[in-house]
Design a protein around this ligand. Structure first.
Ligand code: 2RA
Length: 335
């Protein structure tokens, strides 16, 4: 299968190449694509070097599928052009996620919405993906009424500039030496937390928070689910964590909740309090699963549950979910 990776030199694009290789996706020809300034650079895939191409050249090469992670403006402009050329686009930006004609897919939950007519498919936001992977089996069993989530998101969610800022601040703090780095955030991130991810909207929430609200309903196909979110940037190099409080329509049995999570696709339960075992970003690093722990009844509210959810935001939160969508398309002859 001819595969294009648009944004191949970025953090997520690079991870897409790694995941395609690790999962032995049947790539007969790879077309790495990036902005004009990166054309000609080389990327490595399965031990071979490939020159980065421009957008027009990528369309001309007629890949079967194009995995995009190049920002919303690039997707807005170029995803329709790739689709018009008959190329199926799986887009990791937020550009198309809430378009009613565009499927927003987490394969473990709603891959069945996909058809051969879908030429633009949206990959959900990383913080949404890990939450719905954990909640989908519980929604099916007990019907979710309301979700209150607070996130603890790593700097890799922002990109290379933020990783460099954290490293630079840490170096300065530890070595006492100035090091050159640009500020990805308005404030220092090391030894700090920033309760803002993306821009603020008129309702006082950030775009990131409203993504969790809106995308959850679309993926779970249930507009009755009420969601409120607080998304926070923390000085962690990789892996998003979330404290999730869920109120259900119906009561539940905690042992059954644990069993549902332990048997849910894409979920690993780490919840052994006597031995202080619970999910942490360092354990989720370079894994494709969603790790769930701190499973406990919310004793302040009937039919309510607290969970702690951790996942590698570059993998299941972005690259792996996109590749899994492509795998589903290929396995079901939809591309
Ligand atoms: C973030 N979820 O963490 C957003 C985009 N990757 O910054």
């Amino acid at each position: 299968m001819k595969v294009a990776v648009v944004g191949a030199t970025g953090l997520v694009g690079t991870k897409m190449l790694q995941v395609l290789s690790e999962r032995n996706f049947p790539v007969s020809e790879l077309i790495p694509v990036a902005s004009a300034k990166s054309v000609g650079r080389e990327v490595e895939f399965r031990g071979k070097k490939y020159k980065v191409a421009g957008m027009e050249a990528a369309i001309a090469a007629k890949p079967d599928v194009a995995l995009f992670s190049a920002g919303g403006s690039t997707s807005t402009e170029w995803a329709p052009k790739f689709a018009a050329a008959g190329i199926t686009v799986v887009d990791n930006s937020s550009a198309w996620r809430m378009d009613p004609k565009v499927p927003l897919v987490v394969p473990e939950i709603n891959a069945d919405v996909l058809t051969s007519n879908d030429k633009i498919i949206a990959n959900p936001n990383c913080s949404t993906i890990q939450m719905v992977v954990a909640l989908a089996p519980l929604h099916k069993a007990y019907k979710i009424k309301r979700i209150v989530v607070a996130t603890y998101q790593s700097v890799t969610g922002t990109g290379v500039k933020a990783v460099e800022q954290l490293k630079g601040e840490r170096h300065k703090e530890v070595a006492g030496k100035e090091s050159s780095y640009e500020m990805a955030y308005k404030y220092p991130i090391d030894l700090n937390v920033i309760p803002q991810i993306d821009v603020f909207l008129d309702n006082g929430y950030t775009k990131e928070e409203m993504k969790m609200v809106n995308e959850t309903k679309k993926i779970m196909r249930d507009d009755s689910i009420r969601v409120t979110a607080t998304t926070v940037r923390i000085p962690v190099m990789g892996g998003h964590s979330e404290a999730v409080n869920i109120e259900f329509e119906n009561d539940f049995d905690l042992a059954e909740v644990r069993h549902l999570l332990e048997t849910a696709p894409g979920v690993i339960v780490v919840d052994d309090l006597p031995n202080h075992k619970y999910p942490m970003p360092m354990d989720a690093h370079e894994k494709d699963d969603v790790f769930v722990g701190r499973i406990r009844r919310d004793e302040s509210q009937p039919n309510a549950l607290n969970l702690w959810v951790v996942s590698d935001n570059l993998r299941k939160g972005a690259a792996t979910n996109a590749v899994q969508i492509a795998e589903y398309l290929a396995a079901n002859n939809l591309i």
